[in-house]
Design a binder for this molecule. Structure first.
Ligand SMILES: [Zn+2]
Length: 385
């Protein structure tokens, strides 16, 4: 093996400076087979030589450039000429195969610029190689559409990306570069058997709903319980924050002590937590109303079937005071997609919310495991369901 640890080459010359290594190399063996006629063991005569520069993986903190003496041969059987194949380098590629692999590995944790600086390529070129490999993988493996598809979004570096999940298997199918309708449409229609998707769970984002109506009109759109409850928790926190912003130091401390209690389901509270909660409610009436509106909305999900759920939703809406404007907003939003919210009750055998939150948690973990040091903010607003 040569110093490059790239088999099949002889090193003819070597130069270095502070930043770079340059290796002039040539293939060790002449070609074995004619790429035109397939002849083996016939005479191949040297026709011409071209030097080809190929970027390789960095070594000892320096960039590595291979200058390959690439020979063109003439086949005595068919008379055609051809360049000898190069080991570890795709035909006429400007980088080695192992550099492409290195880029794929590094791109999950570093910026394209950073990798480009290290290996000696522009950030655009690094991105292009990354995209090429991703496309290759995608084209080679046609993803099978799940029976129940979950769509959600995550924010990575303040940019929303759509996440698609197989809800039944509890796994992530794909994370898209963006969350636009076009991206979602392109991806869903690329899945094998997407026409047969039976149900799609999502948040209240109308764009996702319309994509599904257009592409898979027979699939039931379900707004997941997780998102509805998260919505209510966010509203509750708005009241909480408004009070906290006006509070003095002692009051602030007391409020922080109940924040988590307020976001926890009432049935999960121990008696001393209930006492703490009720003590706060004596001081802040609006917080109390907001809390019970949130809890009552959670109770709607105890309905046995869709008919009962409709009735409970109706009762809940009736009880939202006009003065509680954050909850009036929820009421209006739920009204606009009532059918999709109620569809949740039409899948009684499947615990969609659990599968959903489990999938989302796994997505987060997968990302962390891959070494992506991004802060994660799940679209729904946390694990509240
Ligand atoms: Zn030939």
């Amino acid at each position: 093996m040569n110093a490059l640890h790239l088999p099949g080459y002889r090193i003819l010359d070597f130069k270095q400076n502070k930043y770079d290594y340059l290796y002039v190399i040539e293939p060790e063996e002449p070609p074995y087979v004619c790429i035109h006629c397939g002849s083996i063991d016939v005479k191949f005569t040297k026709h011409s030589v071209r030097y080809r520069d190929v970027v390789d993986i960095p070594s000892q903190g320096k960039r590595v450039l291979l200058r390959i003496k690439h020979r063109r041969y003439k086949c005595s059987a068919c008379g055609e000429t051809f360049y000898e194949p190069l080991n570890g380098i795709d035909t006429f590629a400007k980088v080695t195969k192992r550099l492409k692999e290195y880029i794929m590995e590094q791109a999950v944790k570093r910026s394209y610029e950073d990798i480009g600086d290290e290996v000696g390529l522009s950030s655009q070129t690094v991105k292009r190689y990354f995209d090429e490999v991703v496309m290759e993988i995608r084209n080679n493996t046609k993803i099978k559409a799940p029976r129940v598809l979950g769509i959600d979004e995550v924010y990575i570096c303040k940019r929303a990306r759509a996440v698609l999940m197989d809800i039944e298997k509890g796994i992530m199918i794909e994370m898209l570069e963006s969350n636009t309708k076009a991206a979602l449409k392109a991806f869903i229609s690329s899945m094998e058997g997407y026409e047969n998707i039976e149900a799609v769970t999502m948040d209240m984002c109308p764009a996702y709903k319309y994509v599904c109506k257009e592409l898979i009109p027979n699939a039931k759109v379900i707004i997941d319980k997780f998102h509805v409850i998260a919505f209510a928790n966010k509203a509750l926190l708005k009241y909480f924050n408004a009070i906290k912003n006006k509070a003095n130091t002692a009051e602030t401390q007391e409020l922080w002590g109940v924040r988590k209690i307020l976001l926890t389901g009432k049935e999960k509270l121990t008696p001393d937590k209930v006492a703490k909660r009720d003590a706060i409610f004596k001081k802040y009436d609006e917080l109390k109303i907001a809390y019970w509106l949130k809890e009552d909305l959670r109770d709607v999900y105890l309905a046995a079937d869709s008919k009962e759920a409709f009735e409970l939703f109706y009762l809940w809406e009736e009880n939202v005071p006009k003065s509680m404007k954050h909850f009036v907003k929820i009421k209006n939003a739920l009204n606009r997609c009532k059918q999709e919210v109620i569809n949740y009750f039409k899948f009684p055998d499947e615990n969609l919310t659990n599968s959903f939150t489990e999938s989302m948690n796994r997505v987060t973990k997968d990302y962390v495991r891959l070494g992506r040091n991004y802060s994660f903010d799940i679209g729904g607003g946390g694990n509240y369901a």
